[in-house]
Ligand binder design. Structure first.
Ligand code: ATP
Length: 259
């Protein structure tokens, strides 16, 4: 194996039950380097649970997860971002009383090798390192059209702006794969269009792959290379967006009846 294997995510036969509920039932999928992979399914299908397994919030009962050749199930949760996986949260994971810049810097925390404690002590080397991270965070905010609000508190900013700050925080970890949990939720039509263009641009400019959990079919079908559909913890269809959209099992899952 090479020293720097490609940043491919491979999930194999992942299973996880909560009491009597089988949230994941032998789910398998891959996200190739630079691929935009859609993940759809009705409420409760298990999409967020899958994200939570990849980021090690949950431990699956069985199955495998590897990224860039690393066994994620043997990787400490706080190391996941260092391997190059960053996520956004459906309900936003921002600190309301912190500025947009500081929220973004939290995403770079994993790369701050000098550590926050040393930074609090004000050691000169750590101040320099912090300044470099802040400059990089400002570049990201600029890139996402957020430079004007960098020093404003997150509290009180419009929801569409906060969704972009959430993305900026993820990008500050310099990921190679983004896990996006319903990034279009609550956005206006125009904002959804902008988001789609932004995800495509991030892929073109940074080679970023994405696993995109999304209920907005226009977005997920418009920008995904391939789509996986889930229902009741199972992967029920996989393929090109137009094929998955027309798959009978997928249509039945959304209509709430058995195919
Ligand atoms: N921590 C937990 N404890 C108990 N049950 C859970 C837990 N997390 C998820 N579940 C259950 O697992 C199933 C899958 O939930 P999950 O949130 O992954 O679905 P989803 O596809 O992300 O849905 P949505 O589109 O509504 O976000 C649901 O039945 C849910 O109630």
């Amino acid at each position: 194996m090479s020293h720097d294997p490609p940043p491919e995510l491979r999930v194999g036969d992942l299973t996880l039950s909560f009491g009597g509920v089988t949230a994941l039932d032998r789910v398998s999928l891959t996200v190739a380097p630079g691929e935009i992979r859609g993940l759809i399914g009705p409420n409760g299908a298990g999409k967020t649970t899958l994200f939570n397994c990849v980021t090690r919030l949950y431990r699956p009962d069985s199955g495998t997860i590897t990224f860039a050749g690393h066994d994620l199930l043997r990787t400490r949760p706080d190391r996941i971002i260092r391997l190059g996986i960053a996520r956004t949260f459906q309900n936003l994971a921002l600190f309301p009383s912190l500025s947009v810049l500081d929220n973004t810097l939290l995403g770079a925390h994993s790369r701050d090798s000098s550590g926050f404690t040393a930074s609090l002590l004000g050691l000169p080397g750590t101040r320099r390192a912090h300044r470099a991270l802040a400059a990089e965070a400002m570049d990201i905010l600029d890139d996402l059209g957020l430079a004007d609000v960098a020093h404003q508190e997150a509290a009180g900013l419009p929801f569409g702006t906060l969704k972009r700050v959430e993305l900026a925080r993820a990008l500050a970890g310099r990921p190679r794969l983004l896990l996006l949990d319903e990034p279009a939720g609550g956005l206006t039509h125009a904002e959804v269009d902008e988001l789609g263009e932004l995800i495509l641009r991030l892929r073109a400019e940074r080679g970023l792959g994405a696993l995109l959990v999304e209920h907005h079919m226009g977005l997920v079908m418009g920008i995904s290379d391939r789509v996986v559909a889930m229902e009741s913890g199972r992967d029920i269809a996989e393929g090109a967006p137009e094929d998955v959209r027309g798959d009978e099992r997928v249509l039945a899952a959304y209509l709430g009846r058995t195919a």
